[in-house]
Design a protein around this ligand. Structure first.
Ligand code: LLP
Length: 415
């Protein structure tokens, strides 16, 4: 399903022209498609039908309340990594009993709140965290449901910054140590072992790394069963890739079918934590050309969005497609699309063949995941607005940050 299409020479989000969104809400603005989010979520749940499962959207990919609410209405679960994300999910109408809590640095306060609201499971990433969770649960007089995040030591073959399943990464418990930590967890009175968890990396574009990890986890589950530790659910994390340029990641259906075959006959529920797959291609970053600057060496399109709005190109050398909202019938030039920030690394794209004029609108595609959520106020720039399109309607789900808000919490020294 393609949410952003050209109609009469102009790019639309579902039934709304992006030029109308720019006119109404200004730029830069993130624009999301409700229909695309729903289609992607259902690609998982349809493929899982007939099996006990929970699809927990990875909130870190896009934590806008409007987006979370669309998923909550479909009955989605959520994968969170902070108290802040927990409060967002609750505010968006998500069910606490469908939340899994990941992350290597959970504080006591995070644990307390998550136990109070009753999350589905803690994905525990170390033996020290396990002991702390036992203490906090004992203080509250409750039992904490626990999975261990196991590091299966497989190479996800993705960018080093988003590869998490190798033994040198900070995440999870080495698979060789996992049995001992499970045995300890089973002894602790305020913990209840319910699952095994892993997440080997993000933007994976082939199945073998997922299936390698799965085999290793199934082996672990069998060894635990032999010790009398019964695992009820297997959480395979997120990581399924999307197309930014010409990648051909497996379809959700293929991925899940391959897993179903391998777990057939086992009494296991499946949990997934997809982020990018659900929202990346559900969003664009809409920006306007401020200046065209032609130098001896390069042609620059200086736009009103910058690395503070979308850091993926600067941080991961990520290639993101940039298209004209209203393509011109003129000779293209190879533009570097850059922002106003005072850093050479402030670019959104390089060497793109486009025919442009000042004032033109551009859309940076596939920006719905790890876009707005990674934005900052660098150079004292307010963060972009976010708009969620639903059919013929455009809803502003986050208004643009004002300059006054940017330094509202600051103060001068006393006179
Ligand atoms: N579960 C866990 C424990 C994770 O750490 C992540 C992502 C996910 C699920 C969701 O993964 P996804 O389905 O989105 O691949 N900022 C980077 C991506 C960082 C991913 C971090 N963890 C980027 O822009 O490419």
């Amino acid at each position: 399903m393609e949410a952003f299409n050209y109609r009469d020479g102009e790019l639309f989000a579902e039934g709304v022209a992006l030029s109308a969104i720019a006119a109404r809400f200004g730029t830069p603005t993130y624009v999301y498609s409700r229909a695309h989010i729903e289609t992607q979520y259902r690609a998982y749940t349809d493929a899982l039908s007939g099996l006990p499962h929970l699809v927990c959207f990875a909130v870190k990919a896009n934590s806008n309340l409007g987006v979370l609410n669309v998923l909550a209405r479909l009955g989605a679960g959520f994968d969170i990594v902070s108290r802040g994300e927990l409060e967002r999910v609750l505010a968006a109408g998500g069910e606490p009993g469908k939340i899994v809590f990941s992350g290597v640095g959970k504080t006591r306060d995070d644990m307390r709140r998550a136990l109070e609201v009753g999350v589905h499971c803690f994905n525990v990433e170390s033996s020290v965290e396990l002991e702390r969770l036992q203490e906090v649960a004992a203080e509250l007089g409750v039992k904490a449901p626990v999975s261990l995040r196991v590091n299966p030591d497989v190479d996800a073959g993705t960018h080093p910054y988003i590869s998490t399943g190798l033994k040198e990464n900070k995440f999870g418990i080495a698979i060789a140590d996992a049995e001992a930590v499970y045995a300890r967890a089973a002894e602790l009175a305020n913990l209840e072992v319910i699952g095994v968890d892993c997440h080997i990396g993000s933007q994976l574009t082939s199945l073998p790394p997922f299936l390698d990890a799965l085999e290793r986890l199934l082996g672990l589950i069998d060894r635990l069963a032999a010790r009398g530790i019964h695992i009820r659910h297997l959480d395979l994390g997120g990581g399924l890739g999307v197309r930014y340029k010409d990648e051909t990641p497996p379809l959700a259906g293929e991925y899940i079918q391959a897993i179903r075959q391998r777990i057939a006959g086992r009494d296991l529920a499946l949990v997934f934590e997809p982020g990018r797959f659900i929202v990346a291609n559900a969003g664009v970053l809409l920006t306007q050309v401020e200046y065209l600057k032609h130098t001896e060496h390069k042609d620059f399109a200086i736009v009103d969005a910058a690395m503070n709005d979308l850091i993926r190109p600067a941080l991961y050398q990520a290639w993101m497609d940039v298209v004209a909202v209203h393509p011109r019938d003129a000779a293209p030039r190879a533009y570097d699309i850059v922002g106003p920030i005072c850093e050479t690394g402030d670019f959104l794209a390089k060497g793109r063949e486009l025919a442009l004029d000042e004032g033109d609108l551009l859309a940076v595609r596939s920006a719905g995941a790890y876009g707005f959520v990674m934005s900052s106020n660098y150079n004292t720039r307010g963060r972009a607005a976010e708009v969620l399109v639903d059919g013929a309607q455009a809803h502003e789900v986050r208004r643009r940050e004002t300059l006054a808000e940017l330094f509202a919490g600051e103060s001068r020294l006393p006179e």
